[in-house]
Design a protein around this ligand. Structure first.
Ligand code: SAM
Length: 227
């Protein structure tokens, strides 16, 4: 069994007030957005810069909106989350799958299936960050971006302890620290992408999947965190 935190930080850093299975918490659809219009627009501008046009995208920890700008035409957008009804109502998703990444960090996709991946305002709920980042890298084609974004709010009972005990700036550093030891990522970039309108802040950390050594073989073995 994998120990929470994947050896990056002690397991206590990944304790949560509510340790019940995540699918219980998300059983009722919440058709809400978790960031305001200014932050959604800022995220759309970032996506227009970073995500490929015409690609197959993975919306990791998806719900009823993916925040992709209208002009960013995609071939397919696959949602992975815990509530099927929310994802069925998401106009950008072409398909969706219910899968708990904390129960099983392996992603139910083949190698190099996606041209880009996003995870919006949800990374604070992940208890196996290195394993999940390795899995995202595995399912991305070489050069494909993974964009992780977040604001300053969360469901506190489901967020990991290290998130609750740190500042926005430290969250940026924490997410950067997920990319680096997960290995196989290039050009890790972290920016405050807040719109400046006084509304919700928006922070993003993104990188591109590398090709080459260890990509497919290093999926679920935390002892290889330094590869
Ligand atoms: C705060 S919502 C964010 C939803 C969406 N990304 C957005 O921007 O509105 C958190 C999402 O993470 C998903 N989620 C939470 N825990 C999860 C887990 N263990 N495995 C997979 N998805 C999870 C839930 O289904 C929920 O949709």
């Amino acid at each position: 069994m994998n120990v929470v935190g994947d050896g990056l930080l002690p397991p206590a850093a990944y304790a949560r007030d509510d340790e019940s299975p995540d699918d219980r918490f998300y059983v009722a659809p919440r058709r809400v957005v978790h960031i305001d219009d200014g932050a959604i627009s800022a995220l759309g501008r970032l996506y227009a810069e970073v995500l490929p046009v015409g690609g197959r995208l993975l919306d990791l920890m998806s719900s009823w909106r993916s925040h992709l700008p209208e002009g960013l035409v995609s071939r397919e957008v696959v949602g992975l989350g815990l509530n099927a009804e929310e994802m069925a109502d998401n106009p950008r998703l072409t398909s969706s799958i219910v899968h708990d990444v904390n129960r099983d960090p392996r992603l139910p996709f083949g190698n190099e299936e996606f041209d880009g991946a996003m995870c919006v305002v949800s990374i604070q709920y992940v208890t196996h960050p290195l394993l999940v980042f390795r899995e995202v890298r595995r399912v991305l084609r070489p050069g494909a971006p993974f964009v992780v974004s977040f604001s300053n709010r969360c469901f506190p009972t489901k967020a990991v302890a290290v998130w609750l005990g740190t500042t926005d700036q430290q969250h940026v550093e924490l997410v950067r620290a997920y990319f680096e030891p997960a290995a196989g990522w290039l050009d890790v970039t972290a920016e405050d992408r807040s719109s400046g309108d006084g509304g919700d802040p928006l922070y993003a950390v993104w990188a591109r999947a590398s090709g080459g050594r260890g990509r497919a073989g290093a999926i679920l073995d935390p002892s290889r965190a330094g590869d």
